[in-house]
Design a protein around this ligand. Sequence first.
Ligand SMILES: [Fe+2]
Length: 335
Amino acid sequence: MNDSNQPMQDIAHLGNVELLTPQPSRSLWYFRDILGMEIVHYGAQSVYLRGYGDYATSTLKLTEAKQPGVGCISWRTSSAAALARRAAAIEAAGLGIGWTEGDFGRGRAYRFRDPDGHRMEVYYEETPYRAADHLRSTLKNLPMKYTGRGVGVRRIDHLALLADDVCANRKFAQELLGFQLREQVLYQRGTQEIGSWLSPSPVHHQVAYVKDVRGARGRLHHFSLWVDNREDVLRAASIITEAGVFIEAGPSMHNNSQGFYLYTYEPGGNRVEIYSGSYLVFAPDWKPVTWNEEERGTGVYWGGALPESFLTYATPDVEQDTANQPVKVPVFDPS
Ligand SMILES: [Fe+2]
């Protein structure tokens, strides 16, 4: 591969996700007691959490808000120089907001919006995590001990964002963030881009952009947390059901991404996925896999069909008739 084809590797991985919740106490109960995440810090209107396998100090920020949705999505760069390069490129593209001094666990960051309006930032400096004595693992290479509380999610995995224009956001992620396109759903002989799955790391996808059938902007479809195997997903289904939390779909297996999934709504209203399986991608010259209407179907490889809410509900929720120009729900109508 010559220099002109050298992949840009300025972004290392998804670092932190801020979820907005109108039910902060109940959401905290869900992530701490049911999913088993650990609280590491309290802010003015936010609580900072982590999975036991996350190397970062905090990977989830729960912030009280009037409506559910996603707040700031933080991407760690591969170096300080990469941070400067990405900030300059994003600013030149007219999407920049500006520098901040950073948030709990992280150094200064450059904030921006993707073309659909989702708030994001890039940062490099990371405060090393040191577990409190009662959370220290006897395993030297485990950042924090496995507490066995609830589902016991290991780490954050990915986000699925809705977008009015999937193509524009996918190009933004490829060209300005250097993400590799892994899979796509293209309808009408490849002319209608319904969804694109992208990643800056070997993790299959760390962000997905999927068509917002309501024609709204800046919405979250789901936030995904990783468990080590399928049995953990099945166990999660029992734990979540016993806790009286709504399960929307699964456990089942997707065709694209090969993900083994369980979708729930946390009490604030955001859709949360408990996720395993999938596959890693190591090829520097990966050729994106594309799916058409017939091949994609409802996105289910096996298991029950996804309910209509999976296509129409996202956070914040919007009414069909108050959105710009509702488009026909495409997934259930391959004609
Ligand atoms: Fe997902």
